[in-house]
Design a protein around this ligand. Structure first.
Ligand SMILES: [Zn+2]
Ligand SMILES: [Zn+2]
Length: 139
């Protein structure tokens, strides 16, 4: 990821590097606020605006994927390749879920269209919450 960024000529500021390190291999799809709170311990001068700007820039550069499954909470994924996501309505966790049954993949040519991206959102109850049998909320 880091080498790719250097190739694109993006400057690797300490904050940008810290965001990338935090996200590398991270499958929890953290929000900008969560990323900010985790980095704030190591970079006390860091502002939420800086985190937002960097996330936006990295998303534009194709290094991250922004997930707008909930409009009030944007979340980020270090995997820029299109894939499905599952949002648990009980614990708010967001996990990768790809059924692999989509007829149209991206990027691909489909009929006369060049499909560059797609978004698939699933909603429901995650395995952890199901196992906990949080029945009051489930029913
Ligand atoms: Zn859950
Ligand atoms: Zn994902």
């Amino acid at each position: 990821m880091i080498n790719k960024i250097k190739k694109q000529g993006l400057r690797l500021t300490p904050q940008r590097l810290a965001i990338l390190e935090l996200l590398e291999g991270n499958t929890t799809h953290p929000s900008a606020e969560e990323i900010y709170h985790q980095l704030k311990l190591r970079y006390p001068s860091l502002s939420l605006t800086t985190v937002y700007n960097n996330l936006e820039m990295l998303t534009k550069a194709g290094e991250l994927q922004e997930i707008r499954i909930k409009s009030e909470k944007r979340r980020f994924d270090p995997n820029p390749v299109p894939h499905g996501h599952f949002l648990c309505r009980i614990c708010d966790s967001l996990s990768d879920l790809d059924a692999g049954t989509l007829e149209i993949r991206a990027p691909s040519k489909y009929r006369d269209y060049l499909v560059e991206n797609y978004t698939v959102y699933y909603y429901g109850i995650c395995p952890v919450c199901l196992a906990r049998g949080n029945k009051r909320k489930i029913e």
